[in-house]
Design a protein around this ligand. Structure first.
Ligand code: NAD
Length: 492
């Protein structure tokens, strides 16, 4: 389904202190839909003054929210969950229109975001702290305390879900959260801010400041911001991580990926073809969990033929969406041309895929399969972030695992096989943080946490699940002595 267009461009202002405010710069940037290039919005381009205003509002509101019992805080999240379900269609259309994905993919993203909200709702039952009588009459207890004002910086490709990897848990834990969305997909955050307000979240506990890297730096540098989570490309993840930790603050920065799919010759052809084709074409390949390099072990011809056949049957605009910007499209086209120049074989060339006339002004590339790439080539090593699957041939599973181990990134690795021993070997030897067996997109669902390794993650821990609770809180240890006996030893 094609996303609905607004009757006029939507203006995305900042959301500070419970109200929508124009940026103090007075500056806005245009938002174009990847579908047809049409102007669909204007986004505030804020500066450090807007960040300061958001942090001041958050800082003022945080203590009362932190002092609200978690069971009461959770009631607001319950209402938010209901409101998100009621508004699922509106959120999905906005996310699809601005990010380029299909409406069905956007609906799935909203539902996956809601799963994290459901996890956050359950926090009240998960962590009641610990208690022990450590000495006569002396009891140690622990309690998780929020950090105060915290922030999340997010990419374009999941305008609803990726912010929800962060704010439900951060807010349920008692923090005041500031979101910096991607300036290419701002409107979903505007809807979310309104829903938080409707759910009864106190002003200042959720804020949105739009803009570019200058806003990110101002957030990191603000002395009242205690922790920063980031999701985006590896170079920026590294910068954000280094800048935040250099100030002695807590940081977790998830970066890009080059996900390997190891295809064993004994794989079920139908399951492998569907899983691999859907993995590299879903969201037009613009997800950090997309299949990117197919490592074919030995004779896999019939399965590769089936992947090509399935990918070739995908209709642009219906089953697959568009590429985020004209510049990203140009970069992808250049990478395909370069692989061809280096002798790789184009099994499927998405540059000539049929496109409905209504999308002529958009950024489109059909599924593309490049066979016989060399292991050191850009097509085999770099994140392309589009519907492009590179294939490299290896003789053995050991060679496949060696190649996977050399991969600079470590987000996801999947294996397609019918052998339990092969699956187990890959799970043990893989250097990635998330591993799939007969599944093309091995995203761990809540309560399992999400996170990669190597250049796909800077910092310790994961972003969701129990790891999310740990990131957004600190553990206080309270030692209490109530005893009627006057005697004491060094232990009590
Ligand atoms: P990006 O790195 O360009 O932008 C991410 C955020 O950083 C945006 O909010 C952007 O405004 C901000 N930013 C950009 N340049 C900056 C700078 N110099 N200093 C400070 N902030 C800056 O990423 P993108 O193009 O929006 O998203 C795609 C990337 O995100 C891909 O690499 C993809 O793999 C990655 N991603 C990773 C995960 C994961 O979980 N590992 C999930 C989703 C996306």
């Amino acid at each position: 389904m094609t996303p609905r267009k607004p009757t006029q461009p939507i203006v995305s202002n900042n959301y500070i202190g419970g109200e929508f405010r124009a940026p103090q710069t007075g500056a806005f940037a245009p938002v174009h839909s990847p579908y047809d290039g049409e102007l669909v919005g204007q986004v505030a381009m804020s500066d450090a003054r807007d960040v300061a205003a958001a942090v001041a509002a958050a800082h003022a509101a945080a203590p009362k929210w932190a002092a609200t019992p978690i069971k009461e805080r959770s009631l607001v999240l319950f209402r938010m969950r209901e409101l998100m379900l009621v508004n699922l269609d509106a959120l999905a259309h906005v996310a699809a229109r601005e990010s380029g994905k299909t409406v069905g993919e956007a609906q799935a993203e909203v539902l996956k975001g809601i799963e994290v909200l459901e996890f956050a709702l359950s926090m009240q039952n998960l962590d009641a702290g610990g208690a022990m009588e450590v000495s006569r009459g002396v009891i140690c207890t622990t309690r998780r305390a929020p950090l105060g004002v915290v922030a999340g910086i997010v990419p374009f490709n999941f305008p609803v879900m990726v912010p929800m990897w962060m704010y439900p848990i951060a807010i349920a834990a008692g923090n005041a959260f500031i979101l910096k969305p991607s300036d290419r997909v701002p409107t979903a955050s505007t809807l979310i801010a309104q829903l938080w307000s409707d759910a009864g979240l106190p002003a200042g506990i959720f804020s949105v400041v739009h803009g570019d890297g200058a806003v990110v730096n101002a957030i990191i540098d603000h002395p009242h911001v205690e922790a920063v989570a980031f999701v985006g490309s590896t170079p920026v993840a590294k910068l954000v991580y280094q800048r935040t930790t250099a100030l002695g603050k807590r940081a977790l920065a998830l970066g890009g990926a080059k996900n390997h799919i190891i295809l064993a010759p004994d794989a079920d052809p139908a399951i492998a073809a569907a899983g691999i084709a859907d993995s590299f074409t879903g969201c037009a390949g613009q997800r950090c969990m997309a299949a990117s390099l197919l490592v074919a072990v030995g004779p896999c011809e019939s399965i590769i033929d089936a992947i090509v056949e399935r990918a070739a049957s995908i209709h642009l605009g219906e089953q697959m969406g568009a590429i985020i910007t004209p510049a990203s499209l140009t970069r992808l086209q250049a990478a395909i041309a370069e692989a061809q120049e280096h002798g790789a074989l184009l099994r499927l060339d998405g540059r000539s895929a049929p496109l409905p006339a209504e999308f002529a002004g958009g950024n489109w590339l059909g599924p593309t399969i490049i066979d016989g790439v060399t292991p050191a080539s850009r097509a085999a090593t770099e994140e392309l972030f589009g519907p492009v699957l590179s294939i490299v041939r290896v003789p053995t599973l050991e060679a496949a695992l060696a190649l996977e181990g050399q991969n600079a990134y470590g987000n996801a690795t999947s294996v397609f096989t019918q052998s339990g021993a092969v699956a187990q070997k890959v799970a043990e030897a893989s250097t990635s943080g998330m591993i799939g067996v007969n599944i093309g997109v091995p995203v761990p669902r809540e309560p399992f946490s999400f996170g990669g390794t190597k250049q796909s993650r800077f910092g310790h821990g994961d972003i969701t699940g129990q790891a999310g609770i740990e990131f957004w809180t600190t553990v206080k240890k309270i030692t209490t002595k109530w005893t009627l006996q006057p005697d004491s030893s060094w232990m009590s």
